[in-house]
Design a protein around this ligand. Structure first.
Ligand code: FAD
Ligand code: NAI
Length: 475
């Protein structure tokens, strides 16, 4: 006998598991299916983000930053280290523990919220009466009937056409987070978010890192002023980023990888690496869902086609997260998951795409929300800006990290905040104030008039808001 549920969620990444919990909170009977396996073959809910994305990458970024600081930054604080060595095995084991804590946390939350979890692969099957039929195979063999289905099957790394990932020499994010030794020469194709974060980790641990990027400018989606500053700082850290390249033939040998490419001047170049990370974007994952059989529509890039409410072309079938249009970010997936659960329960869930923050966890961190100057120029919107450097912030000086700045962009007439761009210490945390302000459609004057604790890095946010009206106090 098939089991019946109000909602069946396929995928337990940030989009799926959060949707399942929210739907259960709203009194619906919910099942969540996920096929991720831990090293013992057991369930590992949390998706890409928890297993091979956000969480392990931030664990290694933190560990490698400590190692880097211990190597030189601590000396400025009068902390002298007589010797320093890297225990990579222990660093990777700690990362795996952090991942497992998150996997276990999600299983606990499912239990607490009475979400039925199925470990296995879900696929649409021929309807067995009313509702949608989902067949689960793999670790669990089961058929479930759902009044509503939420697809949250995420994304997978894009491979180069003729160079598949082997996770030994040619690595996706999965292999990049698990190298058992620091490669002497690490090549990276793609200077996007993964390339920069993973490049930072392995550079700090001692690898020579070269990143080959097709576009002529670094971080095209960021504000140009931020991207320019970032480029200078990354170069100082020893990240060798070559822009405007065209990748040619790649030969994978027994021990190394050779890449032929043409540089920005069109000259043919050759580079040899001990390991190669390919981070050229990700593609939606609809593999094995049986989309064709049930007539589920995909768009021309393979994403599940949805409207503004995450509705697919099939009645009561919804899709959220990386498998649908929009930025491939964990928090965007979560917001969509919550909104869909609320809509199923008859509420009015919504996602504001204008206030989704972006963070790149390099050192310094880069974070932004809203529009860049170049976007506003193109849209012919009149604006004013205010910038404040961390160099003039007392807390940043005490911390010993004065790189970067906060930049506000406000509407020239109404003063409404249109974008905030931060490069500097804890930018990932500082950006939240800007997100809240923009969500409430605040003006830069609103932020300028709010009391911020002293000494704190957040004073740089207030000062940048003051700078929009040319009245920064400390710069
Ligand atoms: P996913 O997390 O991909 O989860 C989908 C789940 O569904 C997976 O467990 C998958 O195995 C499962 N699944 C797929 N098909 C089926 C099926 N048929 N049956 C059962 N289960 C199935 N984003 C951020 O916001 N911040 C970050 O710091 C960040 N860092 C990242 C670092 C790296 C290295 C990478 C690769 C990504 C990072 N991201 C980050 C992006 C983030 O991981 C994704 O945006 C997010 O995981 C998408 O969530 P999702 O729920 O849509 O899909
Ligand atoms: P990305 O889209 O961020 O960057 C890919 C880069 O590769 C681009 O700069 C692109 O121009 C370049 N590229 C593409 N094809 C190329 C080629 N043939 N040769 C050379 N360069 C090429 O994608 P990435 O880094 O793979 O990450 C995927 C997604 O994962 C991100 O877009 C982001 O949504 C998410 N992510 C988010 C993080 C965060 O929020 N901190 C961290 C890591 C990933």
């Amino acid at each position: 006998m098939s089991k019946n549920f109000d909602v069946v969620v396929i995928g337990a990444g940030p989009g799926g598991y959060v949707a399942a919990i929210r739907a259960a909170q709203l009194g619906l009977s919910v099942a969540c299916i996920d096929d991720w396996k831990n090293e013992k073959g057991g369930p590992a809910p949390g998706g890409t983000c928890t297993n091979v994305g956000c969480i392990p990458s931030k664990a290694l970024l933190q560990s490698s930053e400590y190692f880097d600081h211990a190597g030189h930054a601590f000396a400025d604080h009068g902390i002298e280290m007589k010797s320093l060595s890297l225990n990579l095995k222990a660093m990777l084991a700690r990362k795996n523990t952090v991942v497992k804590q998150n996997n276990d946390g999600i299983l606990y939350l499912f239990k607490k919220n009475k979400v039925t979890f199925f470990h296995g692969r879900g696929a649409f099957a021929k309807p067995e009466g009313e509702g949608h039929t989902v067949r689960i195979t793999g670790a669990t063999e089961e058929t479930v009937i759902a009044r509503h289905v939420i697809i949250a099957t995420g994304s997978v790394p894009r491979a180069l056409p003729d160079t598949p990932f082997d996770e030994k020499l040619v690595l996706s994010n999965t292999g990049a987070l698990a190298m058992s030794e620091v490669p002497k020469r690490l090549g990276i194709i793609g200077a996007g978010v993964i390339g920069l974060e993973m490049g930072s980790v392995w550079r700090r641990l001692g690898a020579e890192v070269k990143i080959l990027e097709a576009l002529p400018a670094l971080l095209g989606a960021a504000d140009t002023q931020v991207a320019t500053e970032a480029g200078k700082l990354f170069a100082k850290q020893g990240l060798d980023i070559e822009l405007g390249v065209k990748i040619g033939a790649i030969t994978v040998g027994k021990q190394d990888v050779t890449i032929h490419y043409s540089d920005s001047k069109g000259t043919t170049q050759k580079a040899q690496f001990d390991r190669l990370i390919v981070s050229i974007g990700r593609v939606p994952n609809t593999n094995g869902l049986n989309t064709q059989e049930v007539g589920l529509k995909l768009d021309d890039r393979g994403f599940i086609a949805v409207d503004d409410h995450c509705k697919t072309n099939l009645p009561n079938v919804w899709a959220v997260g990386d498998v649908v249009r929009g930025p491939m970010l964990a928090h965007k997936s979560e917001e969509e998951g919550v909104a869909v659960a609320e809509r199923i329960a008859g509420q009015h869930g919504h996602v504001n795409f204008n206030t989704i923050p972006w963070v790149i966890y390099t050192s310094p961190e880069i974070a932004w929300v809203g529009k860049t100057e170049q976007q506003l120029k193109e849209a012919k919107v009149e604006y004013k800006t205010g910038t404040f450097p961390f160099l003039a912030n007392g807390r940043a000086r005490a911390l010993g990290d004065t790189t970067g700045f906060v930049k506000f962009i406000a509407d020239a007439r109404s003063d409404e905040i249109l974008g905030v761009h931060i490069i500097g210490p804890t930018a990932s945390e500082l950006i939240s104030e800007a997100v809240v302000a923009m969500e409430f459609r605040a003006s830069s004057e609103d932020i300028a008039r709010i009391c911020h604790a002293h000494p704190s890095l957040s004073e740089a946010v207030k000062e940048a808001a003051l700078a929009v009206d040319k009245r920064a106090l400390n710069f």
